[in-house]
Design a protein around this ligand. Structure first.
Ligand code: NAP
Length: 286
């Protein structure tokens, strides 16, 4: 039987601490941090993610502004909105809900965000800071994954960590953070051969694939720590599920996270933390 690490509980504690912090910041600086979220179109998944972010801001006392733009918004129109937010001294964080409609170049848009307001940590300047071990904004999901491991004192140094997935949002940055903590990293992807053997050698598995129940019990050795980042629909039940076949993997794992209630809530609380960090940097500059 594995210990289930509850990202939901952990993020509740984080949010309670941030609520107090935001109150103190308002007393000290005369205003609260502000996060502006841009949602282009009405993709149901994106709408639900944005609602989650609005709710978290509300809970903590961070000022939230959601700018809803129509699906057919041009790249120029979006860049103008970002430019206004970049120049607004009362906006601390800017988040563009991804994915964007086809007519808009995602890279161009991310690059246009002022890096000091880039709460997602996707701007090349923040990405470079992460890889060069310099101060910068760390992407929310990878940051949340490390906090989940640390919350139960899982040793990382010297451990064999297998990260399945190599996206810029999850796989690569979490591999870098684990490497910085002296784990020995394997990054697996769709062209990896013998993934089962690779996983069987792992002390820690981070699954960020985007395929329902992809990690099965025969891929996991006894005592492995299994972190499930995936957010998928179970093809049989239609319910939300992760990349890990939880029911069958859980008895073999030492620690495991669940979907929902694992990395998802941690991503949101780390986003709130990044917004406060951006606010503090803006206040220091003044
Ligand atoms: P992504 O950009 O689609 O990347 C998926 C990765 O999985 C790719 O690197 C891909 O390899 C790899 N992959 C696909 N099929 C594979 C296979 N058969 N064997 C091994 N690797 C395979 O996805 P993402 O943005 O990183 O997200 C991954 C999952 O995490 C999704 O379910 C997403 O919804 C979820 N997510 C959750 C949170 C959260 O807060 N909980 C945040 C972000 C993402 P290639 O590079 O070779 O194509």
């Amino acid at each position: 039987m594995a210990t289930i690490i509850s990202g939901r509980e952990l993020s509740k504690t984080k949010k309670a601490n941030m609520t107090l912090q935001v109150e103190k910041l308002e007393n000290k600086y005369g205003r609260r941090p502000k996060l502006s979220v841009i949602l282009v179109g009405d993709d149901p998944g994106s709408v639900s993610y944005v609602t989650g972010k609005e709710k978290a801001c509300h809970e903590i006392g961070i000022i939230n502004q959601t700018i809803r733009l129509p699906e057919k918004t041009s790249q120029e129109e979006l860049l103008n909105v970002i430019n206004d937010l970049n120049n607004d001294p009362l906006v601390d964080g800017i988040l563009i809900q991804l994915p964007l409609p086809k007519q808009i170049n995602q890279i161009f848009v991310i690059n246009s965000i002022n890096p000091t307001k880039d709460v997602d940590g996707f701007h090349p300047e923040n990405v470079a800071s992460l890889y060069l071990k310099q101060p910068g904004i760390v992407p929310c999901t990878p940051k949340g994954i490390i906090e989940v491991l640390d919350s139960v004192n899982i040793p990382i140094e010297g451990k064999r960590a297998v990260v399945i997935g190599r996206s810029n949002i999850v796989g690569l940055p979490v591999a870098k953070l684990l490497c910085d903590r002296n784990a020995t990293i394997t990054i697996a992807h769709s062209k990896t051969k013998n993934l089962k053997e690779v996983c069987l050698n792992a002390d820690i598995i981070i699954a960020a694939v985007g395929k329902a129940k992809f990690i099965t019990a025969d891929m996991v050795s006894e005592g492995t720590v299994v972190i499930d980042v995936g957010v998928n629909r179970d093809p049989e039940t239609g319910k939300l599920c992760g990349d890990v076949d939880f029911v069958n993997v859980e008895p073999k794992a030492s620690y495991i996270t669940k979907v929902p209630g694992g990395i998802g809530p941690m991503t949101i609380s780390c986003l709130m933390e990044n917004t406060i960090e951006c606010f503090l940097k803006h206040m220091e500059v003044k």
